[in-house]
Design a protein around this ligand. Structure first.
Ligand code: ATP
Ligand code: MG
Length: 200
């Protein structure tokens, strides 16, 4: 089976390793890609930070814009990313359900989006990671059509990586690669709190 075919590895025990590698007949090189990591399972942001490392390893200018989590929560990833030369904008103000002032959260998310939009247009970063942007889109704080437009009309070499649950169909359609993380289990469900070094 082709490595890019549908995954059946959990359901289908195989006797032998695959012997054939089947690529589609003609592959082309893209200037840039749009990737979406969505779904309810763990791993959306973790995988995005893995991609960030690959981009840094190629010497690309990389920018992360976080739309939800506060600077305090993600202080570990932010510190390491900055040490690697990544530009990091943690404009989110923590969890909305702790917030007393939704309009302020909304304004902050819009500010983050304005910054993201300018990065998409300018092309100064080769990878722009929009972490948790699906939430302010789904809450109507950021205009979905405007996000689609800005990504569609982006500077051609800018790769865009989006994370967050419930990615809107418009973003899934736009994506070259969209992955859904599916929960099989999460430690939280058996009462285990988020762990430093694993979850943040
Ligand atoms: P991670 O940052 O660990 O890759 P994520 O980006 O896929 O997680 P988010 O919705 O951004 O998922 O959640 C961030 C935090 O919530 C992390 O601490 C993560 O472990 C935890 N989390 C992720 N999925 C679940 C789940 N299904 N149930 C409970 N907690 C979860
Ligand atoms: Mg996340």
């Amino acid at each position: 089976m082709s490595p890019i075919g549908p995954s059946t590895s959990r359901d289908t025990p195989t006797d032998a390793p695959p012997t054939e590698h089947q690529d589609p007949p003609e592959l082309r090189r893209a200037d840039s890609l749009v990737l979406v990591n969505t779904g309810n399972g763990k791993g959306k942001s973790t995988a995005a930070f893995g991609t960030m490392i690959r981009a840094v390893a190629r010497g690309w200018p990389v920018t992360v814009v976080q739309f939800i989590k506060s600077g305090k929560w993600n202080v570990g990833e932010e510190k390491v990313a900055r040490e690697l030369g990544v530009e990091w904008f943690a404009l989110g103000e923590g969890f909305t359900w702790l917030s007393e002032d939704l309009t302020r959260d909304q304004a902050v998310a819009q500010e983050a989006w304005r910054h993201a939009a300018s990065l998409l247009e300018s092309g100064e970063s080769r990878l722009v990671l929009l972490d948790e942007i699906t939430y302010p889109i789904n809450w109507g704080w950021i205009d979905e059509a405007e996000v689609v437009r800005a990504i569609t009309e982006r500077s051609p070499k800018v790769n865009v990586l989006i994370t967050g649950r419930d990615a809107p169909d418009s973003l899934l359609e736009l994506a070259d690669t969209a992955t859904e993380m599916r929960v099989i289990k999460h430690a939280y469900q058996s009462g285990i709190r988020a762990m430093k070094g694993i979850d943040y």
